[in-house]
Ligand binder design. Structure first.
Ligand SMILES: NC(=O)c1ccc[n+]([C@@H]2O[C@H](COP(=O)([O-])OP(=O)(O)OC[C@H]3O[C@@H](n4cnc5c(N)ncnc54)[C@H](O)[C@@H]3O)[C@@H](O)[C@H]2O)c1
Length: 334
């Protein structure tokens, strides 16, 4: 299989490395708006570089496409690839708004093509075990879920206006995996945000820290929190508590959290530097799944409608934060 990859930045270079080593992938073709960057990555990995996405899609006879370019380009590239009948793996998000997302999904549906979205936490061993624990009934009736994503340091200031804000850019992963682990839908949200940290967040009309209470359709209560300024280190966790037991994802020696109880001891490992290291096996597994889905050997593990559902929750949180009120998901019915 020959795979074209668009965007050789942070995540795209990681994906390119995975694809060049993937069984059954015979050639990887790379392109980037910064042609020199694509050429450099291609040279390093023994891949082929191509001048533009359009040329990649039209003239190189690729069997599938991986989109890892900047967010603003995703929807257009998805549509272009679908119109050429090509299966697509696209990094989250499809678009930063619901109309743009739905338009891309319509094109994919009309073309009858495959679109997998890169919500890699679904491929993480801890989250998969949490889903299994919920399904097996070992936790009993679930009453509380606590999801969190804490980044050790803010992204570059120039990124913030393009990011869609903390809910759409960051917490969207928690919203997706919350739906996936529990198998339930969010029915209402009540969200707040704080911009009391670095001024770049106020300048971008964004927040550096956010919290939301989410109610699921079976009454389970969830909290989702995120921050861009977690000096202790990268910390992604989920705790699930039921009437019989409770479990945690992301809680181990690398969790940057110190217990102040004397009996707990003081040893604390080195935190993960960031998402690429923490979720490396999950990023690899999602592309292995994509190759299988393209071959027709396995179903699509995360289609575009899953991304739409997670984006709707993020939109509801953003509205709730701005308007200072609880927001029902029915406000976002399609
Ligand atoms: N799933 C995850 O955990 C995860 C993690 C990081 C990033 N992402 C997503 O991946 C995407 C890329 O993020 P990143 O951190 O690698 O960004 P980045 O800025 O490091 O890289 C983006 C690359 O895309 C290129 N580019 C921009 N527009 C293009 C276009 N129209 N055609 C071709 N190339 C183009 C840029 O030149 C750059 O090299 C974003 O949408 C982001 O939301 C997802």
């Amino acid at each position: 299989m020959r795979i074209g990859l668009i965007g050789t930045g942070r995540i795209g270079t990681f994906h390119a490395r995975t694809l060049t080593a993937a069984p059954g992938v015979t050639e990887v073709l790379l392109t980037d708006a910064d042609a020199a960057r694509a050429a450099e990555v291609a040279a390093e990995l023994g891949a082929t570089s191509v001048p533009s996405p359009t040329e990649l899609l039209l003239t190189h006879g690729v069997d599938a496409v991986v989109i890892a370019s900047a967010t603003a380009s995703h929807a257009g590239l998805i549509r272009e690839a679908a119109e050429h009948g090509l299966p697509v793996f696209c990094e989250k998000p499809i678009a930063l708004d619901l109309p743009g997302t739905m338009e891309a999904l319509r094109t994919v549906e009309e073309a009858g093509s495959l679109l997998q979205i890169g919500f890699m936490r679904r491929f993480d061993a801890g989250y998969a075990a949490a889903r299994e624990a919920v399904r097996s009934g070992s936790l009993g009736r679930l009453h509380t879920v606590r999801a969190m994503t804490s980044d050790p340091a803010p992204p570059p200031a120039a990124y913030l206006p393009l990011s869609g804000g903390l809910y759409r850019d960051c917490l969207v992963h928690d919203f997706d995996v919350l739906r996936w682990v529990t198998g339930r839908e969010v029915v209402s949200v009540y969200a707040a945000g704080s911009d009391a940290g670095p001024s770049m967040f106020r300048d971008a009309d964004d927040v550096d820290t956010a919290a939301a209470v989410l109610t699921l359709d079976d009454g389970t209560l969830c909290t989702a929190t995120a921050t861009r300024v977690n000096g202790a280190g990268y910390d992604v966790r989920m705790e699930l508590a039921g009437e019989k037991d409770q479990v945690a994802v992301g809680l181990d020696a690398r969790t940057p959290l110190t217990s102040l109880e004397p009996a707990a001891g003081s040893s604390r490992g080195t935190p993960w530097p960031g998402f690429l290291e923490r979720f490396a096996p999950a990023y690899e597994a999602e592309l292995t799944a994509f190759v299988k889905a393209v071959r027709g050997e396995a179903p699509n593990p995360c289609d575009g409608y899953e991304a739409l559902a997670a984006l709707r929750v993020a939109e509801a949180c953003e509205r709730s934060r701005r308007e200072g009120r609880p927001v029902a998901m029915s406000e976002f019915a399609s």
